[in-house]
Design a protein around this ligand. Structure first.
Ligand SMILES: [Mg+2]
Length: 366
């Protein structure tokens, strides 16, 4: 967990999140450097500061700069909301919806008696606590360019079991984590089509848009991508090639609230819907929720679950019947417990820092 705190001369505090999985210290070094520029400036000139941070030092973009920019942008919006006495979404054009649909992480991975009991218990918990009606799982572990039928069949059978458990009223999605080749992704998607997924996410890595389009063109249900794409410029080719149905910009990586809204507005032209990625902390989730509230082409918001990183922040919303209520307090609507957040420093360094190797010693995707 890497949070950004910006304070003003008149005592306002803005919170942001710049957690960069696997590169946590690099992200915070960038925040420190950018603080030199921001100290003494008017915090309400959000767009001016965004432009300065993005453009002024010659080198643009990249996960480290964009995550630092995202956290600072959140904090400035939080301050602006508190300054004007309104929730951030009111400054983004006002809410276009009364509540924001969210999904939680859940899946069947282990067919042992204990594994199935754990999966059932989590499903029951998520339904009871938040009334979730959409869940996302995925094929865990490392995958080579192709795998024996038993490996593929095991994942496919688990997906079908998930459908059996939840019935046809609930939506299920699968995150392939960008670790398949186009051919393997297409093969597996065809095995999933009869259980009607809401979407398959990152079927292939993010660098090659034509490979993504190849998958989309051969799969009869929506394909999503975008959690590792940064700024409008990295989404442009996806839009122009209509390479997927839904995009998943990350609120803490893609350029903050400012850029998340602009990416969504750009996607609207292509009839592409947004489902912002958020698998980190509550400040990043808050940033996403405010944009979700204010853009028409929003589909659903990712969240790990209602208990994720509990204790780090008091949030001004809760999930009811699978929807997050809109916060009504000024700013982002999060009150951070700094001691609890500090405890998660180590966790963030570990997050994304696991390493996978194939049985022959070659590097495998995470
Ligand atoms: Mg993902």
């Amino acid at each position: 967990m890497r949070l950004v705190k910006v304070t003003t001369d008149d005592g306002l505090v803005g919170w942001g999140e710049s957690t960069l999985e696997g590169k946590a210290r690099s992200g915070m070094a960038a925040v420190d450097e950018l603080a030199d520029y921001l100290i003494g400036k008017d915090p309400l000139r959000i767009e001016h500061h965004w432009q300065h941070i993005y453009r002024s030092a010659f080198f643009r973009g990249g996960a480290i700069l964009m995550s630092a920019l995202s956290g600072l942008d959140h904090a400035l919006w939080d301050i602006a909301g508190k300054h004007y006495g309104v929730p951030v979404y009111q400054l983004l054009g006002g809410p276009v919806r009364d509540r924001v649909r969210v999904y939680a992480h859940w899946g069947v991975h282990d067919r042992s008696e204990a594994g199935l009991a754990r999966a059932r218990e989590r499903l029951d918990y998520l339904r009871k606590v938040g009334g979730y009606t959409a869940f996302k799982g995925g094929p865990g572990g490392k995958w080579r360019a192709h795998e024996p039928p038993a490996r593929i069949d095991s994942f496919v059978a688990n997906a079908h079991l998930m459908r059996e458990w939840v019935g046809p009223e609930v939506e299920l999605a699968f995150d392939f984590h960008g670790k398949f080749t186009p051919a393997l992704a297409i093969e597996i998607c065809h095995q999933l089509k009869t259980m009607r997924p809401m979407f398959v996410e990152e079927p292939v890595p993010q660098e090659n848009v034509d490979a993504l389009k190849l998958v989309s063109d051969h799969v009869p249900f929506p394909i999503a991508t975008g959690e590792r794409l940064l700024s409008r410029w990295e989404f442009r080719e996806i839009f122009e090639k209509q390479a997927c149905a839904y995009i998943q910009p990350d609120g803490a990586h893609a350029g903050g609230i400012s850029e998340l809204k602009r990416i969504a507005n750009m996607a609207e032209v292509y009839y592409i819907h947004t489902m912002p990625h958020c698998a980190i902390g509550p400040v990043a989730l808050a940033a996403c929720l405010h944009v979700d509230a204010a853009v028409p082409n929003f589909l659903i918001q990712e969240s790990v679950g209602p208990d994720w990183l509990d204790g780090v922040a008091q949030t001004a919303w809760k999930v009811v019947d699978g929807f997050a209520e809109l916060p009504t307090v000024p700013g982002l609507g999060v009150e951070v417990d700094e001691k609890e957040a500090a405890k998660l420093t180590q966790y963030t360094e570990e997050l994304g820092g696991e390493h996978y190797y194939e049985s022959d010693g070659a590097v495998a995707d995470w």
